[in-house]
Write a protein of this length. Structure first.
Length: 358
């Protein structure tokens, strides 16, 4: 049962280091503002701000320091450590081993970099692992809250297609950027082919760090049956419109599985009965069609979703805010050991942010 008590009025900063952060932070912003808190946004230099008129931006590190936040949220693997306030990691994706480490626990998701005071986990498995790490390092605490981004997905009603019997099947292609695991370059001509065939509606988004030449290729496709979505767009819209997802090893595939729809992957690092994987791009259309007709994998995907995210109530943002408040109430942050000095990493962050004041 979520607590109903009044919470202290605090200042919160959302640190944005990639376009995917908007969809993660905005559900949190809604909860914080409803509770009377204050919110501002602060950006890494390589990110062009895309804020709504009523959202507050801090344009420089000096402004962010003067704002004096109580809490700084991040979804990436680093944060401007010099900002006031506790640092909260909410993650930019579901906990899965994307890069092929020998075990899930050895994946980048569980790498402790020494920046964060609180990790907000999604389900039992990642909570247990982070709590084990917390006992070892004693420099952070852990709360099982769920992922704020999924609040929007669970609260939205699935869009209904008009005249669905005559509608073309719709595929949503989402690809990560890492050269070793991205499918976007290999599949471009084959995706373009099914667009031009007129037999499919194709929706595409690419990771914000994708090679610009690849992005330009996908943006160049012109068809009444093709739509390109930027990373800062609401990607739950194309996900809801799609009948099937095409992916590689991007964690967005697990978000799509919560819609109880099938996923096809190209040379994924994480195969299993919850998806259909293929390695010959010539087979793209036939694999999509066969998976649509035989979606037994949905049973396995539903089980996996239960393992990856422990909540379906759309209240994870509220749990995150309440977990922070509970940590303040119980003085958990005061009892943490000091973080490692991280001299070289700190220099790199200051250089990146062009901030050298002490």
């Amino acid at each position: 049962m979520l607590r109903e008590k009044m919470m202290s009025i605090r200042k919160y900063v959302f640190f944005v280091n990639a376009a995917y952060c908007y969809a993660i932070f905005r559900p949190l912003q809604e909860v914080i503002l409803l509770k009377g808190g204050e919110v501002a946004w602060f950006f890494s230099p390589e990110v062009h701000p895309q804020l709504n008129p009523n959202e507050v931006i801090l344009s420089t590190s000096q402004q962010a320091m003067a704002y004096a936040p109580d809490v700084v949220f991040t979804a990436g693997d680093w944060v401007p450590y010099y900002l006031p306030g506790i640092k909260v990691q909410v993650f930019h994706g579901i906990a899965r081993n994307k890069r092929g480490a020998e075990t899930e626990q050895e994946s980048d998701h569980y790498r402790i970099r020494g920046w964060f005071d609180l990790y907000c986990t999604h389900a039992d498995a990642d909570t247990l692992e982070f709590r084990r790490l917390a006992r070892h390092y004693q420099t952070f605490t852990v709360a099982k809250t769920g992922w704020s981004k999924l609040d929007s997905l669970f609260k939205q009603n699935q869009l209904q297609k008009a005249d669905s019997e005559n509608e073309l099947p719709t595929v949503f292609f989402a690809s990560t950027f890492s050269p070793s695991i991205t499918a976007a370059p290999s599949l471009f001509q084959f995706i373009e082919r099914i667009v031009k065939s007129g037999r499919w509606r194709v929706l595409v988004t690419l990771h914000p760090k994708m090679n610009q030449d690849v992005v330009d290729k996908y943006r160049s496709i012109v068809s009444d049956h093709y739509w390109y979505f930027s990373p800062e767009d609401d990607l739950y819209l194309p996900m809801q419109q799609a009948d099937i997802m095409l992916c590689d090893t991007s964690s967005i595939m697990y978000e799509f599985m919560f819609l109880n729809k099938p996923v096809v992957t190209f040379k994924t690092r994480n195969p299993g009965p919850h998806l259909t994987d293929f390695d010959d791009p010539q087979q793209l259309e036939s694999v999509l069609l066969s998976t649509l007709k035989n979606n037994q994998q949905l049973i396995h995907a539903a089980k996996l979703c239960d393992e990856l995210h422990g909540f379906r109530d759309g209240l994870s943002s509220q749990r995150i805010v309440e977990a922070i408040e509970e940590c303040f109430d119980l003085q958990k942050f005061e009892n943490l050991k000091p973080k490692p000095f991280n001299f070289i990493r700190k220099l790199k962050i200051r250089h990146k942010m062009n901030y050298w004041s002490l």
